[in-house]
Every structure is written in C-alpha cells, then in structure tokens.
Design a protein around this ligand. Structure first.
Ligand SMILES: Cc1ncc(COP(=O)(O)O)c(C=O)c1O
Length: 447
C-alpha cells in the first residue's frame, strides 16, 4: 500500500525555529522536556488555543501541565490581574482580593478545612505540609507512593516514587514509599477487586517494618498525575485514611493537579468521600500565575513551630498578584459552572477515547475523571502491555504537533489535561487529530 506522507504548513516555522535556536545555547539543558521537543516559540494564547510566532494555531491538551484552568487570556482573569498590577504587586499585607479568596476557599473546601497558607511553587507547598504534619503530630516520618510526584526539592525528593531521583542521593531521612493502587500494572500481579486491595495491607507492613514507628503523615495524590493520570479504585483513598488514623498520622492529599475542578469536582478527594487533614494546592489554582499553598483545619494550623509568626511564610506567598489570581480563578470556576463543564466534557472525551481504543490495539489503559485522562500506549493491549519506547512516542508527539495538537503524548503514559473550559467541539477536534496520529502510528512497522 502506498502512503501519502502527511504534510503540514506547521512544518514551516521559520521564525519559531530561528528564535528557538538562538535561545538554546543559553538555556540549561535540564529544561522541561515538552518545550525542548516542541521547538515552538509561542506568541499568545486564546481560550484553548496557542499561537506561535509564525501564526500557526495549536489546540492545547496540556494547559501548561494542568495549570491554565480557565484557558488563555480569560477576560475576567486578564481584567482582574491588570487592575491589580496597576495598584499593587508586592508584599504580604492583606489585600481585598486575597481576603476574598481565602474566605471563598474556606466555604467550598471539604469538611472544616478553612485556613490556608500560600506559597509560589508545588514542591514548596508539599514541603510545608510535611513541616505542618511534624509540628502537629510531633513525629517525623512520612509515607508516600510508588509513581507519586510531589516536586524536586530536597525535602520531598525522597517521596517521589520514580527513578527521577536517581543520582541525587542521599535523600532526606524518614521518607518511605509503598506501591500505589495502579491496578493496570499491579505491583503484586493481582487483579482488582479480587485483590482485596492488598496494596493497603502491604502499606501497613511497610509502616510496621520499615519505619521507626513515628509516622507523621501519609502523602497521596487522589489520582496520580505524573505517573499517567492513574485512577485508583474508590476504596483506596478511604483505606489510606484509615491507616493514617491507626497511626495518629495526618492524611495529606496532594491536589496540586486534582484540585480546583480538574476532575469534575472541586477537589479530587470529594469523589471518594474523604476529607483529608491537609490538602496541598497549586497549578490550576491561579490559572497560570505561580501560586500554591496548603489548606487545613484551624486545630492543625495552630501547631507549633509551624504557626509561629513568620515560621511558615515565604517572600512571594500570597502577594497581591497571587491573591488576585487565586480569587478570580476560583470565582470564575464557580460562577461560570466550569467544574461542571470539566465533568461533562471530560465524560465525552473519555468516551471518545475509549472508542478510539477499539480501533488500535496499541492503546491500552484509558482512564480518567473530568479533564484528567490517562491513555497508555503499549505493544499490544492483550498480548504485551510493555509501554512503547520514548523514541516512538516522541514521534507521536511531533506528528500531533504538525496536525495542530499540543499534548503530552511524548511518553507512553500519556496524560490529557486541557483547560477546564474545553468545549465538546474542541474535544472532538483533538480526538480527530489523535485518530489521524494513531493511524499514522499503525503504519509505522519499522518503529
Ligand atoms: C501532584 C504534584 N505535586 C507537586 C508538584 C510539584 O510542583 P512544582 O513543579 O510547582 O514544584 C507537582 C508538579 O507536577 C505535582 O504534579
């Protein structure tokens, strides 16, 4: 069969390529993979689309890795931020918008989680949550999960359940890992539900035999993002909470990705009826502005030394711009029913991806909640679940980009996290491009 190669005018990106190459010698090579692979120089964003400096348009299925929840240049966000920039941008003094945000968040957060501390990055917030747990419990050990990702700074590196930490030892002491309920690739080779959630029993043994009996917290993502948007069974999070209670440890839900509507509920833990002791928040929370934080109960927040004046704060945490970004994002998510949109369009997209799976045997697990969807690319979903190699997936990514879709399909544990304002028509456009790319992949016997 002769195949006409796909050609795209996006292959011609003279300004992008020139500017990208001019910057490259001055950029550390450890920069974010997707930006290095794409070789794009972006000019602007509008809604769910990005435009490069050559004028090409890209549908965005990654939103800055789950960050741009409202979509690009959202008018309400732009107006609020512009107004705040004109007035005041620096300092930790109370501002009108920050106060609005903190009150609104306390109203809508689960249980009696009503006090918030603000930071700028995700790892910083997770480290702070661990310090809070140590302050409250007067214990010092933390358990997290294989596949988990909580940031790259020293205090949390040991809580990262992947090979990413190789070469950066020794790690902070007192940090332990145990398998997550990643049922598709069960660490124990068991099948749900027959397994009776053996991973939870195993976690109990890890705590009993690996720790010194001083567990301050268990840190868990309600859906594991970096691992590939892996959704555990509904009993998993409640089971983790039960283990916390058995040990007088705090449950810290890292909702950096699952929070602020991404999963079709305001917080991911709501799907499982769990109220954690601490929730770490960030990414989509400011729809692009670097703001993160943690929310907990007044009783836990009172714990010292975390609660001593200046003991938990940071230079930029909760500055006027961060407060405004968080306030306008939350207000818009709630008032414009964007969380419900994420649930509805997410269901649609998941169904369409499951249909796509029927056509291509190399599509394995397709799973998700709201607009947080994982798709695995494997050799053959019935015969060999080995993930497709990175080199092949990088080609898949480039083929998508040429067709106008910017997405994280450069790894076989592909995750889809578009802006939460995605429409059904845009979801369909993305599926259409993925279908074309899968058809291309099916023809590549040499890869
Ligand atoms: C669940 C989770 N926690 C924490 C982090 C760390 O965030 P940051 O990169 O802002 O430090 C990430 C980043 O991807 C994340 O996905």
């Amino acid at each position: 069969m002769s195949v006409t190669p796909f050609t795209s005018d996006r292959d011609e990106r003279p300004r992008s390529r020139e500017l990208f190459r001019a910057e490259l010698p001055f950029l550390s090579p450890g920069f974010q993979n997707v930006a290095l692979l794409a070789e794009l120089v972006l000019d602007r964003g509008e809604g769910r689309y990005l435009y490069d400096v050559d004028g090409h348009r890209y549908l965005d299925f990654m939103a800055g890795i789950g960050v741009c929840s409202l979509g690009y240049s959202h008018p309400a966000w732009v107006a609020a931020m512009t107004d705040q920039i004109r007035k005041l941008t620096v300092g930790s003094f109370a501002t009108v918008n920050r106060g609005r945000f903190l009150r609104r968040l306390a109203e809508v957060a689960p249980g009696d989680l009503s006090q918030t501390m603000l930071y700028s990055g995700g790892a910083e917030a997770v480290e702070a949550a661990v310090r809070l747990a140590k302050s409250y419990t007067k214990k010092f050990e933390v358990l997290a999960f294989w596949g988990g990702f909580h940031g790259k700074t020293g205090g949390v590196l040991g809580l990262m359940g992947s090979t990413f930490k190789h070469g950066w030892g020794p790690l902070h002491p007192g940090l332990y890992l145990t398998p997550y309920a990643y049922c598709e690739r069960c660490a124990f080779n068991l099948s749900y539900p027959g397994c009776g959630l053996h991973c939870l029993e195993f976690a109990r043994e890890v705590i009993r035999l690996n720790t010194t009996g001083s567990l301050a917290a268990i840190l868990v993502e309600p859906i594991q993002g970096t691992a590939g948007n892996v959704v555990p069974p509904p009993e998993f999070l409640p089971g983790v909470q039960e283990i916390c209670r058995e040990h007088g440890a705090l449950l810290i839900a890292d909702e950096m990705l699952t929070g602020f509507g991404r999963t079709g509920r305001l917080f991911g833990c709501e799907h499982d009826g769990v109220v954690p002791d601490v929730i770490t928040i960030g990414k989509g929370m400011g729809s692009g502005f670097p703001v993160s934080g943690l929310i907990s109960t007044p009783g836990i927040m009172r714990a010292e030394p975390y609660s001593k004046p200046s003991a938990a704060s940071s230079s930029y945490g909760g500055n006027p711009l961060a407060g405004t970004a968080a306030w306008i994002t939350l207000e818009t998510l709630l008032n414009d029913n964007i969380v419900a949109n994420a649930a509805r369009v997410g269901d649609y997209l998941l169904r369409r991806l499951l249909e796509l799976r029927e056509k291509y045997p190399f599509i394995g697990r397709v799973q998700g909640k709201g607009l947080m969807i994982g798709v695995e690319f494997v050799r053959h979903r019935e015969r060999d679940k080995t993930l497709l190699p990175g080199k092949v997936m990088e080609q898949v990514f480039k083929e998508s980009l040429r067709r106008g879709l910017l997405s994280m399909n450069y790894t076989a544990q592909y995750r889809i996290n578009p802006p939460l304002t995605l429409t059904e028509a845009e979801a369909e456009e993305g599926v259409g491009i993925l279908d074309e790319v899968c058809a291309w992949l099916a023809r590549q016997s040499h890869l």
